[in-house]
Design a protein. Structure first.
Length: 193
């Protein structure tokens, strides 16, 4: 099992037409978002205009979770959905999609046979949870949107703070012991490649 922690200060934020975007992880590491040659990409974005149009991403499956704020997301010819904090929408990147409202969100984009899930977890200060890792999980990412947690990995206690990213590749363990150093809002991303 390989693991790494990316400190939030290492992430680069760029502008897009509706706000900013921060790439948290892309695989393979040599992939380029503009080239669309990734198997998966995890990012956050701010939507700072009241109405925004999403970039068309043919051949890409998208999962979007609202972290703050709320939006109404519309997929032309398919459906419209209200998304509040920690709600998730799964949709085809090739759909013509727009949103009304302002928010910060987390995006998972997958291509080919790669699939993934987003789950929000809340943990109180000094609360312990045992997170069960799915058997078919090839990658597990833990993103503390707020707070600070400690996790035991390979008998080593690791601290992860707001905005950092924990990456577990090919997890050899089936569960993680997590304790809140303070109240924390966590997003778990599980990927099968």
């Amino acid at each position: 099992m390989e693991y790494d922690i990316i400190d939030s200060r290492r992430f680069q934020t760029k502008l897009w037409s509706g706000g900013t975007t921060t790439q948290l992880y892309i695989f393979p590491l040599t992939a380029d978002y503009k080239e669309r040659n990734f198997k998966f990409r995890l990012s956050t974005a701010t939507v700072e205009t009241n109405k925004s149009d999403f970039t068309l991403l043919n051949g890409i499956s998208r999962k979007l979770m609202v972290l703050t704020g709320e939006i109404t997301i519309s997929h032309e010819g398919h459906y419209t959905k209200q998304l509040n904090k920690f709600d998730v929408d799964y949709f085809d990147g090739g759909w013509k999609t727009s949103s009304i409202g302002k928010c910060t969100d987390l995006n998972l984009m997958t291509a080919g046979k790669t699939t993934g899930e987003l789950t929000a977890i809340f943990i109180e200060k000094e609360q312990h949870i045992n997170w069960k890792i799915k058997e078919n999980c090839d990658w597990l990412f833990i993103y503390p949107y707020s707070g600070k947690i400690r996790i035991e990995i390979n008998r080593i206690i690791t601290i992860i703070s707001k905005g950092d990213l924990l990456i577990l590749r090919n997890p050899a363990i089936r569960s993680l012991e997590i304790t809140g150093n303070e109240y924390s809002e966590l997003v778990f991303t599980e990927i099968k490649a």
